[in-house]
Design a protein around this ligand. Structure first.
Ligand code: G3H
Ligand code: 13P
Ligand code: ZN
Length: 311
């Protein structure tokens, strides 16, 4: 199957009350672990690439890895740019074979965000590529976009209709309390998402696909393995999975997961190297990391996203 855009995926997800997982890819083992799980569970899939991933692994290597995944599994896969910071990176990905890009203008003023997003939409749509925009600021660190905790601002429902109609975007990332990374809440703090804001947004733009960034749940199982094998991740806290399940049933059609993959991969690698200090064949530890990635993605598809059997 060839790469697809997210248009059909999101329509089916919206109507079916589930979400499609958007997983960040940085190397071969991560691509393999994710697509093996999605392929076996017949789930649609979004593989996303950040500016950091393009810097680390190179655009061509990543697109060819995704092409290889398409040859192995008969499921719809979209290749998406995560957190495009400017027009130039979006253009490079649109010209370079991606089927979807995010232009993250959330750190600009409302008017500047609209102007930048609209410019990307016009270029992308002309080439059959879809665009995700963002309104509202997430706490934590985004790729090339740093947002201090204090600046974090929820999406204003009053602004979404105008943003969507003036830009022509195909999906909208919103801020309702999720954040990037493995430390989303402080110890003792009760994790909370603003489902009231999500409901307001749904009312203003019915039928329009919403995206949730910063949606890793930070499995305590992997945190424990990392801790027990020489790592230091005390106080890592994610979004509770019941909240993500609730979001997946709503207008949220795309759920972004990166930190959970990092934890799964790192737990596997640390475990092998700690238990067998003589190990030096990268395949020996990377295959355990890859298996963890596969298990994690299968768990998300079955227990959080509900996208199994929807390919
Ligand atoms: O939202 C950011 C993603 O987790 C990408 O992270 O820029 O370190 O690749 P990265
Ligand atoms: P996490 O850090 O919660 O995995 O979020 C990833 C993300 O939003 C990528 O855009
Ligand atoms: Zn993000």
């Amino acid at each position: 199957m060839a790469l697809v855009t997210t248009t059909e995926m999101f329509k089916k997800a919206y109507d079916g009350g589930y979400a499609v997982g958007a997983f960040n890819v940085n190397n071969m083992e991560i691509v393999q672990g994710i697509t093996e799980a999605a392929g076996e569970l017949k789930s649609p899939l979004i593989l996303q690439v950040s500016a950091g991933a393009r810097k680390y692994a190179n655009h061509s290597y990543l697109t060819k890895l995704v092409e290889a995944a398409l040859m192995e599994y008969d499921i719809p896969i979209a290749l998406h740019l995560d957190h495009g910071a400017d027009f130039e990176i979006c253009k490079a990905c649109i010209d370079g074979g991606f089927t979807s890009v995010m232009i993250d203008g959330s750190h600009h003023s409302f008017e500047d965000n609209i102007a930048l997003t609209k410019k990307v939409v016009e270029y992308a749509h002309d080439k059959g590529v879809v665009v995700e925009g963002e309104l509202g600021k997430l706490a934590g660190i985004e790729d090339d976009v740093k947002v201090a905790d204090a600046d974090a601002a929820y999406t204003q429902p009053d602004e979404v209709e105008e943003f969507v109609s003036r830009t022509g975007v195909d999906s909208l990332a919103i801020a309702i309390g999720t954040s990037h990374g493995a430390f989303k809440f402080k110890p003792g703090q009760t994790p909370q998402l603003r489902f009231d804001i999500l409901a307001e947004i749904e009312k203003r733009i019915p039928g329009f696909p919403i995206v949730l960034h910063g949606a890793s749940s930070v499995s305590q199982e992997y945190v424990k393995i990392i801790q027990e094998n020489g790592g230091n991740l005390a106080d890592a806290i994610g979004i509770p999975e019941d909240m993500l399940r609730q979001a997946a049933k709503s207008a949220v059609c795309k759920i972004n997961i990166d930190s959970d993959l990092r934890l799964a991969m790192t737990a596997g690698v640390r475990q092998v190297l700690n238990q067998n200090p003589a190990a030096f064949d990268p395949r020996e530890y990377l295959k355990v990391g890859r298996q963890n990635v596969k298990d994690l993605v299968a768990h998300k598809i079955l227990n959080v996203l509900g996208s199994n059997g929807r390919a």
